[in-house]
Design a protein around this ligand. Structure first.
Ligand code: BEZ
Length: 255
């Protein structure tokens, strides 16, 4: 499990919400629509959607993230819940989700929750990591942990990066019609020069290093970085090898 630090997320990893802003254009929220932001983090994009005159709620499994979201945006409703199990009396016009579905490994349960929460004709607009996402980083972590510590990192991997085919099949099983899907490479510069990858690992890859002392983790990061330097370091920046899925699906039948 990842331990979310809401301050680090806002200060060092704010590019996640920045990059998600264009997904709001795909959502095309209309005044008065009732929208759920699934995996809302500290609420940056939830607030952007609210500014369009929608009734919006944010949901996230991390109580730290929700606590901060409530402080920042007290006029918006935020809930702590898991995508896999949440149920609601609301029937939303749309569910929006940026950079969150890849944290929810029981994907079929998440799709069922979303189908139950949408009205018929409601839409899902989501972006998340697709097959091959951060492949170089994952391979470097796996190699360093196995070679130096005898740890099988595959068991600790907290992410789910499906193909379009896999995710579309799940959506179809729960009554969605997929009307748009794209799986594209988005090399993503990490802020803060050489420290950028450390921040990324601290913020997102904690599950691999949960049992490490700080000094040991620092050493492991150095080894990971030296493996990745030839592939992901360019012009004074780390460039994460992101591969995104963007998908729009309309809920047609009953879930
Ligand atoms: C992503 O946004 O693709 C991502 C973020 C953290 C860990 C893995 C993937």
């Amino acid at each position: 499990m990842n331990i979310w630090n809401a301050d680090v997320y806002d200060e060092k990893l704010s590019f996640v919400s920045e990059l998600g802003k264009s997904l709001i254009e795909m959502l095309n929220p209309k005044q008065g629509e009732n929208i759920l932001d699934l995996g809302c983090g500290t609420g940056e994009l939830t607030n952007e959607i609210a500014k369009r005159g929608c009734k919006v709620a944010g949901l996230d499994a991390s109580s730290h993230m929700i606590e901060k979201a409530r402080k920042k945006y007290p006029h918006i409703s935020f809930f702590v819940d898991r995508g896999e199990t949440f149920r609601t009396q609301e029937r939303y016009d749309a569910i929006f989700s940026n950079a969150a579905l890849h944290w929810m490994k029981e994907a079929e349960n998440v799709v069922q929750s979303m189908a139950l929460a949408l009205r018929e004709g409601g839409r899902l607009v989501a972006e998340f990591g697709g097959k091959g996402n951060v492949d170089a980083i994952v391979k470097a972590i796996e190699t360093v942990l196995l070679t130096n510590y005898g740890i099988d990192a595959k068991e600790k991997n907290p992410w789910y990066f499906p193909s379009i085919g896999e995710y579309s099949s799940l959506l179809e099983k729960y009554g969605f019609r997929v009307i748009y899907a794209s799986h594209f490479a988005r090399p993503t510069p990490l802020p803060d020069g050489d420290q950028g990858l450390d921040h990324w690992l601290d913020g997102f890859a904690g599950a691999f290093f949960a049992d490490f002392e700080l000094a040991e983790k620092t050493l492991a990061y150095q080894k990971i970085k030296s493996r990745l330097k030839a592939y992901l370091w360019k012009d004074g920046k780390w460039i994460a090898d992101y591969k995104r899925i963007r998908i729009i699906a309309v809920k047609e039948g009953k879930a």
